[in-house]
Design a protein around this ligand. Sequence first.
Ligand SMILES: Cc1ncc(COP(=O)(O)O)c(C=O)c1O
Length: 350
Amino acid sequence: MGEFKIAHNRPLITSQDQAAVQAVLQSGWIAEGPAVHALEKSFCALNGGGAATAVSSGTAALFLALHGLDIGVGHKVAVPTYACSALLNAVKMTGGEPVLVDVRPDDFTIDADALANLQVDAAIAVHTFGASADVAALQAHTPVVIEDCCQSLGGGQGKLGAAAIYSFYATKVITGGQGGLVWDAQGHVAERARDYREFDCRKSYVPRFNYQLTDIQAAMVNSQFARLDTIRERRQTIHARYTAAASTMLVAGWGVQAGVAAAEHLPYRFVLIAPDEPARDALQRAMGEAGVQTIVPVERFELLHNYLELTPEQFPVAERLARTTLSIPLYPGLSDDKIDHVCRALEKTL
Ligand SMILES: Cc1ncc(COP(=O)(O)O)c(C=O)c1O
């Protein structure tokens, strides 16, 4: 990646973030402690109540949400195929069976209509790159909908389903390097996750695991959570700048992922949709020559149906998105100069 002047993603670690971590290091308490508990309180405040349990990753959070909702052996779970393999892993860890579903061509979220002909016990609604999945439409087919907010934060997302999960991995909206969290309005999913995440010195024995987050990680996440409004505004500004820069493209057969620019939303990615694969690849080359790193957000081989070796014809939208989409750098650490540079590179290539 060294040749790129502008990386596709970089965490913004401020001096306040560093000071927060330093304070934990000096406190002598570095495992789960007050910083983790403060993080859990913040997410309850964000979602207007309920209960939260912070854990070691988004994958762990998803597994624990399924487990807490009694989804396991013999249960079928609808999963969007245009998503990260963590979804497959979490469902399979419970002993459940993933049922893959295609996504919508405009906002890339799970196509709830496709559930009409499927019998499932639960569904995972990924708010893809910040765009809201239609949770209510999914709930018409199954009462157990888990909102996967690993690529979004706030804006009302996470509050409608049976539980919500979050990730604090390095490339996410706020990060501790790794980390995750389970939240639910009633509190019993978070409660079961809390019981499961720690095995040590328990009065009774049932199989548990070590899914704990450290205070070192939580301190960094807390510090970033405190500036969530600034993060959201900066991301919205960058998204708006790119939308303007891409405006000539948008009348020439190109598109942009819908649903991420709503006022209350937090745009995680700016994803262009090319008319075809050669046009997408040409844009990626041109942006690379201009020193701008771009990525194909979900490659064909990563589509979950391809991992499971199902017939690609069943998932035409995801197949097309994998061939035609390109994500350009969008993160708060991008300076105005760099944003200008990306815009000029976009305008030049079109
Ligand atoms: C939609 C989605 N769900 C779940 C995960 C898993 O999160 P983590 O990497 O923290 O395990 C990720 C990220 O990798 C993700 O993008």
